[in-house]
Design a protein around this ligand. Structure first.
Ligand SMILES: [Zn+2]
Length: 113
């Protein structure tokens, strides 16, 4: 499962930065996840506690912030939020849109004790 390896690297990153900061445990992680990153938020939330078990991230809360992509319509020039690459322009129905962003996945911040 794709999300399992993402959760694993997320935990590894969090453990590394928490240890560097001299923390004993991680209580909360904030992750920015692009709407088009190809990651299922529900699967990631499911995998995270499994992978975190036995690490200093065990019991930590995973907060996901879904970042929408921005699309620009070639037909009407309208900009819109894009959550699905197959979705047409909401203003005129034009497609495809030129899409920017929405593919990021970054650990925004950590709360540690
Ligand atoms: Zn349009």
């Amino acid at each position: 499962m794709h999300e399992l390896s993402i959760a694993t690297s997320l935990v590894e990153t969090a453990v590394r930065s928490a240890e560097k900061a001299g923390a004993c445990s991680v209580t909360r992680l904030h992750l920015r996840l692009g709407a088009l990153a190809g990651v299922e938020p529900e699967s990631l939330e499911f995998c995270f506690p499994v992978v975190a078990k036995g690490t200093i991230c065990e019991g930590a809360e995973l907060r996901l912030e879904i970042v929408p992509a921005s699309g620009c319509c070639a037909r009407c020039g309208g900009r819109s939020e894009v959550r699905d690459l197959l979705a047409p322009c909401p203003a005129c129905g034009g497609w495809p849109l030129s899409v920017e962003g929405g593919r990021e996945m970054e650990l925004d911040s950590l709360e540690v004790t």
